[in-house]
Write a protein that binds this ligand. Structure first.
Ligand code: NAI
Ligand code: 15L
Length: 268
């Protein structure tokens, strides 16, 4: 049976805020969790991922979890360890104890961020490409994917790990023309990840059907995901404002963009 009650961690964040609007029309009842209060949602659970008692309470009775909570940019190693490595472990332990069957894990393109940028539109980067994390942040996302794999093989908890590109209402850079995930397509992809049968542990890239796509969307499509958006209408204005990607610019040479520069930067 399709999941109905879904725990959404990271509900106060940028993506959580978009998904709180876009997922209920698919029929989900969302339970919300974040360390920050969720505006206008008095029933949201305000707690840290380190609070195992609160997490246990949060997963009780849910059919699935969408795990967005965590540090979403580069940070100090200790901070990343606490939120993204220990945090994801606490989440899976709570899910295991409560018998939750399915998790959708917000992984990131930065798990493979040092992969050289392929030709626009080639869709060349396979989901099985070796991990090349570009930051401690990207490294923690690879850890989350491997933890998901372990909990599938050992405990039978299914996960779809979604290596999200850039999910914003509009693409904000020339790089994002290739990896943009429109919010509506994000909701479509999360719905597919929650409802597809027998996913075991599946890794997918998360983007819209962009003309300039860099990666292979076939594992996402195999879940039933049928993206409806394309960043191309934004291309002319972004290229006029920012110029084409320059292979000599270290912030343009890899999939992860300026996360790959030294020190990493994450402005658009
Ligand atoms: P965000 O930073 O806006 O939201 C993350 C939320 O997690 C925040 O509300 C924060 O309070 C909460 N959080 C952080 N550490 C926590 C902890 N220890 N305990 C409880 N709550 C905690 O990030 P955004 O953009 O909404 O991303 C959501 C998820 O998707 C993140 O895991 C991020 O790494 C991933 N992602 C997002 C992309 C995007 O384009 N928005 C791209 C790739 C991955
Ligand atoms: C991410 O993983 C970040 O969470 C998000 O804020 C964006 O910077 C995105 O990647 C990106 O690569 O554009």
């Amino acid at each position: 049976t399709a999941p109905r009650t879904v725990l959404l961690t990271g509900a106060a964040g940028g993506l959580g805020t978009l998904m709180r609007e876009l997922l209920p029309p698919y029929g989900y009842r969302l339970r919300l969790f974040d360390r920050r209060p969720v505006e206008g949602e008095p029933d949201a659970i305000t707690a840290e991922l380190a609070d195992t008692r609160a997490l246990r309470e949060a997963v009780r009775g849910v059919d699935a979890v969408i795990h967005l909570a965590g540090i979403s940019l580069e940070a100090g190693f200790e901070e990343i360890v606490r939120a993204n490595i220990e945090g994801v472990h606490h989440l899976y332990e709570a899910a295991r104890e409560a018998g939750v069957r399915r998790v959708v894990f917000a992984s990131s393109n930065h798990a493979v961020g040092f992969t050289p940028r392929p030709a626009d539109g080639s869709g060349a980067i396979p989901v099985g490409a070796p991990r090349r994390p570009d930051t401690y942040y990207g490294l923690s996302k690879g850890f989350g994917e491997d933890l998901a794999s372990l909990y599938w093989d050992r405990h039978g908890i299914e996960t779809v790990s979604v290596r999200i590109g850039s999910c914003l209402p509009e693409p904000a850079s020339v790089r994002m023309l290739s990896i943009w995930l429109s919010p509506a397509d994000c909701a479509r992809l999360l719905h597919a990840a929650l409802t597809a049968p027998d996913v075991g542990h599946t890794v997918v890239y998360g983007s819209s059907a962009n003309t300039r796509l860099w990666w292979d969307l076939s594992s996402a499509r195999a879940l039933g995901y049928d993206p409806q958006d394309d960043s191309e209408p934004y291309a002319e204005a972004l290229l006029a404002a920012q110029g084409a990607l320059d292979p000599a610019n270290p912030g343009h040479a890899h999939l992860g963009g300026t996360f790959c520069t030294d020190p990493p930067r994450w402005q658009h």
